[in-house]
Design a protein around this ligand. Structure first.
Ligand SMILES: [Zn+2]
Length: 80
């Protein structure tokens, strides 16, 4: 799986061996994190609900549960 990052200066794709990402195959030099200037995220389950089930998290969820879904009304919807 070769990096398909387009390199305008060379007029071709990168082509170095890489891994699949959401944006396509990328070598370590052209990963989304590298291009954003951030370190690569560590492998793992990430922020799963199981990891966040602290009392503070549950209180925050309870406090915001009623308001989280009321703000998602579509601005394009008309009532006429
Ligand atoms: Zn590359």
């Amino acid at each position: 799986m070769n990096c398909n990052q387009w390199l305008p200066a060379q007029g071709s794709h990168c082509g170095q061996p890489g891994r699949p990402y959401a944006v396509g195959p990328r070598c370590p030099e052209h990963t989304p994190a590298a291009q954003a200037g951030r370190p690569e995220p560590l492998p793992g389950p990430g922020y799963t609900p199981q990891r966040l089930l602290t009392p503070q998290y549950r209180l925050a969820q309870a406090a915001t549960a009623g308001t989280a879904r009321t703000r998602t009304t579509s601005p394009r919807r008309t009532t006429s």
